[in-house]
Design a protein. Structure first.
Lengths: 288, 169
């Protein structure tokens, strides 16, 4: 079909001015959009309140859909466990008997450990989690890697707090709303986490690449990365508590290593929000 | 493009009927609420695809400024910096409007080409607005663009189906 080539909407002055005005509005608003874009590039948290308001309305939708997904996913395993319950019972009884000795030994070790720690006057930081919540959706169409958490500042979540899953570090809180929070995932190109290697304590930085993998760079030339090297957080920087598993090396690059995160964040698992390891002093607080 | 209503034209459609294109574009933007934690950008920009589907099939359903509020809604959901979809979608509308003035002949292949160019432009511009230049997202971005362009006929079919329902045929 040939499109109409005539821009004039007839002889009506009103219609002509209306059409002209719509173009003026469009150009003006496009300029406003460019200014908004520049503002959000210079100051990323600028429109966090606006986003949080929308998220407040949309997160229950994601959360409900995730709940339904979990319910359907639980049906096959429910049927399977019902059928296999007798065998499982026998197996578990045998396992308890087998592991009894091991548990007694572990209890003794734990008691010794506590006693020796007290002897050394080491004070362990008690890290009560802030809240356990689920990640319900993510920025699947964007090159940023963020996810929505189903808990916000009414539940005690604050910006900068680390988020971990059952297997390892997931990321940190970027923006909070009343009942929702946006989490910057480890794989985001802006995410950087100080880590150390478990086998020799080599300190390095894990940065997101944006394509699901992580990049590890060490500050020494003789890092000698090997596939399979494991990295945990150091506690440097004051956000992430030390000792949380972060990533495992899967390949080498010319000046570092490629790694994959331990925590594969999914909407089926819980995410644990923890207090920042060493919270920053409040702005405006008098410095000594 | 809006035309003045002739006194002999049929009555303008009801408000619910006029809202269908807007709601379908917003529904496309809301696909990102699907409960899945993506490790790389895999979801096509469905809001943009619906918008282009409507724009190329029925130029009169959207005013020239329509991509701004729709882009704002998309920005608030997608996690992109605020203003990126607003700006790029509007620029696409301007470009399509200019091409509309110059083409004599139009078929679906041309629509697909226009939509492909627009989708590629919006994804690429969004990538540079959102992520630092050194981020390793270009391969997956290319994949996302190819998937989106190949899926555009589906969006166009959905728009056509909604349009038929809208007109009560």
């Amino acid at each position: 079909m040939a499109p109409t080539r005539n821009r004039r909407p007839g002889f009506s002055r009103r219609a002509q001015y209306g059409l002209f005005l719509s173009y003026v509005i469009a150009v003006a608003l496009a300029l406003v959009a460019a200014v908004l874009l520049a503002l959000s590039a210079l100051d990323p948290p600028a429109f966090a309140a606006l986003r949080a308001t929308v998220a407040e309305a949309t997160t229950p939708i994601s959360s409900g859909m995730a709940g339904m997904g979990r319910w359907f996913a639980s049906i096959p395993s429910g049927i399977g466990s019902y059928i296999g319950v007798r065998d499982e019972n026998e197996r578990l009884k045998k396992q308890i008997a087998d592991e009894h000795a091991l548990i007694m030994r572990a209890r003794a070790l734990s008691y010794d450990n506590r006693r020796l720690m007290a002897l050394l006057r080491l004070r362990e930081r008690i890290d009560n989690p802030v809240v356990a919540a689920r990640l319900v959706s993510s920025s699947a169409s964007s090159t940023r890697r963020t996810a929505m958490l189903n808990a916000g500042f009414w539940q005690g979540v604050r910006e900068g707090q680390p988020v971990r899953g059952p297997d390892g570090l997931i990321g940190r809180i970027l923006e909070t709303g009343p009942n929702t929070a946006r989490v910057l995932l480890l794989a985001d190109p802006d995410s950087k986490v100080p880590v150390r290697r478990t086998r020799d304590g080599l300190s390095a930085i894990v940065a997101g690449r944006g394509d699901g993998l992580l990049e590890i760079t060490a500050d020494t030339a003789s890092a000698n990365f090997q596939p399979g090297d494991m990295f945990v957080t150091t506690g440097a920087g004051g956000i992430y508590a030390p000792g949380v598993p972060v990533a495992r090396v899967v390949g080498l690059t010319h000046d570092g290593a490629l790694a994959r995160g331990f925590a594969q964040a999914s909407s089926l698992d819980w995410a644990l929000v923890q207090h920042a390891f060493m919270p920053q002093p409040a702005q405006g607080a008098p410095l000594p | 493009m809006a035309h003045a209503r002739n006194p002999f034209d049929p009555a303008p459609p009801r408000i619910g009927v006029r809202l269908v294109p807007w709601l379908s574009v917003m529904a496309g933007s809301m696909l990102t609420l699907w409960p899945y934690i993506a490790t790389f950008p895999i979801l096509p920009p469905c809001g943009l695809m619906m918008l282009l589907g409507w724009r190329l099939m029925r130029p009169e359903v959207f005013r020239i400024w329509a991509p701004l509020p729709l882009g704002l809604f998309d920005d608030l959901l997608s996690g992109q910096p605020l203003g990126s979809a607003m700006l790029t979608w509007t620029l696409c509308f301007f470009a399509i409007d200019m091409i509309d003035q110059r083409t004599v002949f139009r078929d679906f292949w041309q629509d697909w080409l226009l939509a492909g160019g627009s989708i590629g432009f919006c994804l690429l511009a969004g990538r540079y607005f959102a992520s630092p230049f050194g981020a390793h997202v270009d391969t997956v971005l290319l994949l996302q663009a190819v998937i989106s362009i190949l899926l555009f006929p589906v969006a166009a079919r959905i728009c056509g189906w909604l349009d038929r329902r809208r007109e009560g045929k």
